[in-house]
Design a protein around this ligand. Structure first.
Ligand SMILES: CC(C)(COP(=O)(O)OP(=O)(O)OC[C@H]1O[C@@H](n2cnc3c(N)ncnc32)[C@H](O)[C@@H]1OP(=O)(O)O)[C@@H](O)C(=O)NCCC(=O)NCCS
Length: 170
């Protein structure tokens, strides 16, 4: 049975390899420091029956962000006041041994649920992501993310789309 939980000492960060060294290094060297300094929070997907140190099957990181209205698609921006906030999905990756087995989707759904928890208490117009390349962009667009006019690798998933997707999940 899979479980998403906050990254902690009991997780085997050194054993993780998603095929992208910058993402591996973030998990190994930066993620826990960022959590203790309030910069971002990282959540890992594990097999709940695994013994410690628990192998990390995948992870994602979230942080709060402020949105410039000019960065949004015009039809989204015109309904909003200046100075709105969102949540950035800073990183998301799956262990390369498990690519193509649905774990990326499990992580994205978990990130959407975390977004709704945050936005239920403090607002937030949606999830933002900087896709690292065209392949990653295609993954996010598969789930309804749209490109921002400011940069074609910057993507946005509005809160209404997230609510709809999670309602469909049941
Ligand atoms: C991108 C990544 C997270 C995908 O994870 P994954 O576990 O292989 O993906 P899943 O098996 O959960 O796929 C879920 C769905 O997305 C689709 N999908 C997966 N990768 C895709 C891609 N590159 N383009 C389009 N669709 C894609 C699958 O076909 C599947 O569709 P379905 O639900 O309709 O059957 C993974 O390949 C990875 O970790 N890559 C290295 C790091 C990276 O690029 N991170 C993203 C940017 S920071």
């Amino acid at each position: 049975m899979h479980r998403t939980e906050p990254l902690a000492k009991l997780h085997d960060r050194d054993g993780f390899d998603c095929g992208s060294e910058p993402l591996n290094l973030f998990l190994k060297r930066t993620a826990r420091q960022h959590a203790s300094r309030g910069i971002s929070r990282t959540f890992v997907l594990v097999d709940e029956a695994a013994p410690e140190p628990k192998p990390i099957l995948g992870f994602f990181a979230l942080n709060l962000c402020r949105i410039q209205l000019e960065a949004l698609p015009p039809h989204e921006a015109k309904k909003l006041p200046r100075g709105v906030a969102g949540v950035r999905l800073g990183r998301l990756a799956v262990s390369k041994h498990y690519h193509g087995h649905g774990l990326g989707k499990i992580l994205l759904v978990a990130a959407m649920k975390k977004f709704l928890e945050i936005s239920s208490m403090a607002g937030g117009i949606g999830l933002f992501v900087d896709a690292k390349d065209q392949k990653a962009k295609a993954f996010y667009m598969h789930f309804g993310f749209v490109s921002l006019p400011s940069s074609e690798l910057e993507l946005f998933l509005p809160v209404a789309t997230i609510r709809g997707a999670l309602a469909d999940e049941g």
